[in-house]
Design a protein around this ligand. Sequence first.
Ligand SMILES: O=P(O)(O)OC[C@H]1O[C@H](OP(=O)(O)OP(=O)(O)O)[C@H](O)[C@@H]1O
Ligand code: HPA
Ligand SMILES: [Mg+2]
Length: 164
Amino acid sequence: MSSERYRNYFTITWDRLHRDVRALCHQLVERDFVGIVAITRGGLIPAALIARELDIRLIDTVCISSYDKMAQGRLDVLKGIDHDGDGWLLIDDLVDTGKTAGAVRRMLPKAHFVTVYAKPDGRPLVDQYLTEVSQDSWIQFPWDTGISFVEPLVDQLRSRGESS
Ligand SMILES: O=P(O)(O)OC[C@H]1O[C@H](OP(=O)(O)OP(=O)(O)O)[C@H](O)[C@@H]1O
Ligand code: HPA
Ligand SMILES: [Mg+2]
């Protein structure tokens, strides 16, 4: 699928991500989980933070490749798992179209599936999420971005010939 369906950026900083994950943990802390299954790669970062908050040491992965930057491609399962997810917490960073979540749900039907961010099309596939993001927004994660210098506005305009 083409990246033209995204019209806005929803930018998440490290600090925002950490606060959001901690808020999600408040909704999970009363439950007992055997362990965590993280969906690579995006699920690995929230999984590590959630494992710390909930004191979970047993962490497994489902390894999936689907998007190439903003373009959705064929979904490849590189590593599956040999149980149905009963008692396990399944974590991804986000659900967008729901294609990845649908495939993992079929593998682990009994897992409790959470994401930090959810777009409307994928939302029904997860048990819990923290923040809803519009379907036409691309979520920019801190591991995909960096801090860079921004030229003062007057200099930007001068170099474009829009100001004296
Ligand atoms: O709901 P969907 O439309 O399937 O999109 C959601 C998936 O896309 C992203 O992973 P991606 O394939 O980009 O790989 P990554 O986790 O390695 O970055 C994200 O981490 C989810 O796993
Ligand atoms: O909005 C998104 N941001 C980052 N990765 C993604 N993979 C699917 N949708 C997204
Ligand atoms: Mg992913």
